[in-house]
Design a protein around this ligand. Structure first.
Ligand code: C5J
Length: 226
């Protein structure tokens, strides 16, 4: 059991984050082929999906350390049941896409569970025993048992990484705040199709004394744990 080890100070903004090893989970948001690869859901919305690939290295390094220390790792996937019974018409039609959620593409039906595009990219594939939270919304807490699972593991803090900064990462950080978690977001381990939204999303998290949490880098987290 790794809980209640000495806190570690991670340089961060707006001030140092007191990381509690054993009480802090690495929460990896939606690192799915549908968002990162050509032919997936992200591209169907007109996005340049290559922009998201910069986060793979930093997340891989954090993940390797979290696994080596036997700290908690949670993965999320955004997607829908094959009958689309959990897909609202508002979400399906938003943006008037040429190919909508549930339509067929090169990686199977877009954002549908079990299809090739719904899978987490090979570089970050979950290991046996690591919880994978399937969510149909942007936030990882809504309509999932993530909170219950975190509580069962006595988790109080989250390092939130993945994609996209201003959408699913941000929504999840906000949800986590309202449930009492302290969140640290490493700026190089979250990514967006839009650099300006990435910057604004991070600025909002750390503003007003850290109204949603702390912003740091993967290097600072790794150095604190070294
Ligand atoms: C989006 C996400 N952008 N994972 N999902 O629709 O951020």
């Amino acid at each position: 059991m790794t809980a209640d080890l000495e806190p570690l100070s991670v340089p961060a903004e707006p001030y140092a984050f007191e990381l509690k090893p054993g009480r802090c989970a690495l929460l990896i948001i939606d690192m799915q082929r549908d968002f990162l690869e050509a032919g997936g859901f992200g591209e169907s919305l007109g996005n340049d999906v290559s922009r998201l690939r910069t986060v793979i290295g930093p997340i891989s390094h954090l993940l390797a350390v979290w696994r080596a220390r036997r700290f908690s790792v949670f993965h999320t996937r955004e997607g829908h049941r094959s009958d689309l019974s959990d897909l609202t018409s508002a979400k399906k039609n938003r943006g008037r896409p040429t190919r909508a959620i549930g339509d067929s593409g090169p990686m199977g039906r877009l954002l549908v569970r079990g299809e090739p595009g719904h899978a987490i990219i090979a570089e970050l594939a979950p290991r046996e025993g690591e919880p994978v939270i399937d969510k149909c919304g942007k936030g990882a807490f809504w309509a999932t048992d993530l909170h219950a699972q975190l509580q069962a593991s006595s988790i109080q803090q989250l390092i939130v990484v993945g994609v996209t900064t201003e959408v699913c990462v941000h929504t999840t950080v906000r949800e986590a705040n309202d449930r009492g978690y302290d969140c640290l977001v490493p700026s190089d381990a979250v990514g967006s199709y839009f650099p300006e939204f990435h910057a604004a999303g991070l600025a909002m998290i750390k503003a007003q004394g850290g109204i949603f949490g702390w912003v740091s880098t993967s290097r600072h987290v790794l150095e604190a744990l070294a």
